[in-house]
Design a protein around this ligand. Structure first.
Ligand code: N2P
Length: 386
């Protein structure tokens, strides 16, 4: 039996109750039957579903298993940043049925009419989701009409401990891990083994704001100025602005990175597979890390919404959600999956965070379109070294 994790989310407390009840195996999807008295028949959909998700987020073979079971072909493309997905949605006719925005972007997207509400009757496995997490998500999506969590995690500092310790020499590790990427005393030493930042304004400015003691989700451009003033001091030490963090860390291009918790853990596994003895770690900064929720949504102009509902329902089966956590190193919001999580994943404090650290973490909020633009300008100026 796994431990209970009591986690506090701003004002709402949520419990990831891990003492699971036994899951019934899911019933196979019923074949559509033509019933004489049925209401208007559903328009036949081409047997295709087009999915656009973050890279390194789906266990190998999961899409193929859905195809084999349903005969619905999955076209699966990946993106690296919320900005990239957002641009596609705003342009329209993306061709995608399912997209997976972070909740910070999903809120303006659903308010802006870029997504369509879910037909919950077609997704019975929604019942597997943790009501406490769904309540938290309702801040972005009132009444949980549009969004289903794919996974959650946090933005933090990842290190190749072996290389970082060596590069720091007799300087001890800082108490606050954010110092490693934001404080000139540390970055001046770590630039020799490589510092990498995620390449996205809405990933870097919020953590920089948090580091200088401001609201990570401030919509005030004055605050972005203060953040970039701090960032400018370490700009020359940043080697990479990267969308391929896993390979950069595992392959030795970077020894310290601002990255996502699960990806850093994947890098640790990959480095070992490549024969490296270096220790790679996802850190828990003393002042807290930034939580994100990535959410499954259906585009407004989806051509295959019914196939999309089927895929979502398939993903929400306890065993599939558990595979995601077990193989991609991200916690799931699927309560029915928790008793299927491997002990080494459930017990990893950088995946299923313990309650005392969780209460220090920064929950996601969102930005206005104007704020996002100002943030992008500030970020691009910083990146160019202006
Ligand atoms: C995918 C990680 C996505 C996390 N590997 C950031 N939303």
């Amino acid at each position: 039996m796994m431990k209970k994790y009591l986690v506090t989310f701003a004002l709402s407390a949520m419990v990831l109750a891990a003492c699971g009840k036994k899951e019934e195996p899911p019933a196979p999807a019923a074949a559509p039957v033509a019933v004489a008295s049925a209401p208007a028949p559903e328009p036949e959909e081409e047997k295709v579903v087009n999915i656009y998700n973050w890279a390194d987020y789906i266990p190998e073979g999961m899409a193929a298993a859905f195809e084999a079971e349903t005969g619905i072909k999955v076209n699966y493309d990946t993106f690296e940043t919320n900005e990239a997905l957002h641009a596609k949605l705003v342009a329209g006719n993306s061709g995608y049925d399912i997209v997976v925005p972070g909740s910070v972007f999903a809120k303006p997207q659903l308010e802006g009419g870029l997504l369509q509400p879910l037909n919950k009757d077609k997704i019975p496995n929604l019942a597997n989701l943790d009501p406490a997490i769904m309540a938290t998500l309702s801040k972005a999506d009132p009444d949980n009409k549009f969004l289903v969590p794919w996974a959650w995690g946090f933005t933090t500092v990842g290190i190749n401990k072996t290389k970082v310790t060596k590069a720091l020499g007799n300087m001890p590790m800082p108490e606050n891990a954010w110092d490693l990427v934001f404080k000139p005393e540390y970055t001046a030493k770590l630039k020799s083994c490589g510092i990498a930042y995620l390449d996205s304004p809405t990933e870097i400015i919020p953590v920089a704001l948090h580091y200088i003691g401001k609201d990570a989700y401030s919509n005030n451009p004055e605050d972005y100025k203060a953040a970039t003033e701090m960032l400018a001091k370490v700009r020359k030490d940043v080697r990479l602005f990267s969308a391929t963090m896993i390979d950069d860390i595992a392959g030795g291009k970077a020894c310290v990175a601002i990255g996502w918790s699960g990806d850093i853990n994947i890098a640790a596994v990959r480095a070992k597979e490549n024969g490296s003895k270096d220790e790679i770690e996802s850190l828990l900064p003393s002042t807290g890390a930034l939580i994100f929720f990535d959410t499954i949504a259906i585009t407004k102009d989806a051509k295959h919404p019914n196939n999309a509902f089927k895929f979502i329902d398939f993903y929400l089966r306890a065993e599939n959600a558990a595979r995601m956590a077990n193989e991609m190193n991200y916690p799931t919001a699927n309560k029915a999956a928790l008793d299927k999580i491997k002990p080494e994943i459930a017990g990893n404090k950088t995946i299923f965070v313990e309650s005392d650290y969780f209460s220090k973490m920064i929950p996601p909020s969102s930005f206005t379109n104007e704020a996002r633009e100002a943030m992008a300008t500030a970020y691009n100026g910083f990146k160019k070294g202006k």
